[in-house]
Write a protein that binds this ligand. Structure first.
Ligand SMILES: [Zn+2]
Length: 375
């Protein structure tokens, strides 16, 4: 591969690697991982979140997670709610060369109904068409690339119901009208078929979790070309949760939903819904013998995706969701040179992505554990 000005200039030549003494001849090169459901500034346990926290604290916490992600091989993240708009501040810092982190597509703060799923997390709290419209417009004007909302309850709160919708059709339309006016899109935390069906009708484009998804709604998602981020990690990682101060009640609730969640994602994959990979947990953190973003792709295979589909969910398909498929997510001439290397062919054995030996972002070597050689 030849790389110039941060982009791929030629595929068949290995000059970039040989120039740096990196022997890639027995390696498998992939595009850098794109993880599309991140909360870089999240506090564990959630109950320790201070909604009046100084934004410098939020940004520093987010920076540490962002660094971990990049080192792991995640070269792009989509954030879907950050307290104090930590993602937007971080993105600015990286654009000005201050910090080396994944490319960020940011939501800023999520919008939540009063008392809804986002309560206590530093969201913007609004009700009714007008308030949702105005709040979405304001986040976009402050730099958000998309708007995150909660259309149902979730598993983080052990006592919250996962049934029904937390936003009215009118409120959903308020957000959709605001994003359409600015050329952006809505991403929804969504637990169940009922709320997803409503939001598809309202014009939402991106859905997260889908713990309870029936075949009919999966078919509707497919017919409307929306994206689904399963975040399977959150219902099958009890040890990780225990290590991060989740309560026994929260862990029990997550594990109880686990089998239904997997079945729901099977429904989605079978129906042909476009699946993208995102973790909810910081994507670069260690989990079992690997890191969270790699583990999520393995979970997608458990739900019926092929290894290739899972890899695409974490690269080229996610790039489409971000409307960035012309610049990232593929190894092709003219694309930004985000490259990772592993030792085996991950399309035949996905566990190959557990061990990434080389991370390059926009043509810059971020990490290399392949021993140096003279060419
Ligand atoms: Zn989330």
């Amino acid at each position: 591969m030849e790389i110039a000005d941060g982009k791929i200039k030629a595929i068949e030549k290995f000059s970039f690697f040989t120039d740096h003494g990196i022997d890639c001849t027995d390696k498998y090169l992939l595009p850098g991982i794109i993880s599309v459901h991140s909360h870089l500034s999240v506090v564990y346990p959630f109950s320790a979140t201070d909604e009046s926290e100084n934004s410098a604290q939020s940004v520093l916490r987010a920076l540490s997670r962002a660094r971990d992600a990049l080192m792991a091989g995640v070269t792009t993240v989509r954030s879907v709610h950050e307290i104090n708009m930590a993602d937007i501040h971080l993105r600015h810092a990286s654009e000005t060369g201050l910090v080396e982190i994944p490319r960020i597509f940011g939501a800023g703060r999520a919008l939540s109904t009063t008392g809804g799923h986002g309560k206590g997390a530093g969201c913007v709290y609004v009700d009714g068409y007008d308030e949702f419209f105005q709040a979405a417009t304001a986040e976009i004007e402050k730099g958000a690339d998309h708007i995150k909302v909660f259309i149902s309850g979730g598993i983080a709160d052990a006592h919250e119901s996962l049934e029904g919708a937390q936003m009215s059709m009118d409120e959903m339309k308020g957000v959709v009208d605001a994003v359409n006016a600015k050329g952006k899109y809505v991403v929804a935390h969504a637990a169940n078929s009922e709320s997803i069906s409503l939001a598809v009708d309202a014009g939402f484009r991106s859905f997260e979790h889908a713990y309870f998804l029936d075949e009919e709604t999966a078919g509707k998602m497919k017919d409307n070309n929306v994206f689904l981020t399963p975040t399977l990690c959150v219902t099958r990682s009890p040890e990780w949760m225990a290590d991060h101060s989740f309560t026994k009640e929260q862990i029990d609730k997550a594990m109880e939903i686990g089998p239904t969640h997997l079945k729901s994602i099977r429904n989605a994959i079978k129906a042909g819904v476009t699946i993208v990979a995102g973790t909810d947990y910081p994507p670069g953190e260690a989990i079992e013998d690997t890191f969270v973003a790699a583990k999520e792709m393995e979970f997608l295979v458990d739900a019926g995706a092929s290894p290739l589909q899972a890899l695409q969910a974490g690269t080229v398909t996610s790039a489409k969701l971000l409307r960035a498929e012309d610049s990232i997510g593929k190894l092709e001439v003219g694309m930004i040179a985000d490259v990772i290397a592993c030792r085996k062919d991950p399309t035949s054995d996905l566990s190959a992505i557990r061990n990434i030996d080389l991370v390059i972002q926009a043509g810059k070597i971020i990490r290399n554990s392949i021993s140096k050689k003279d060419f």
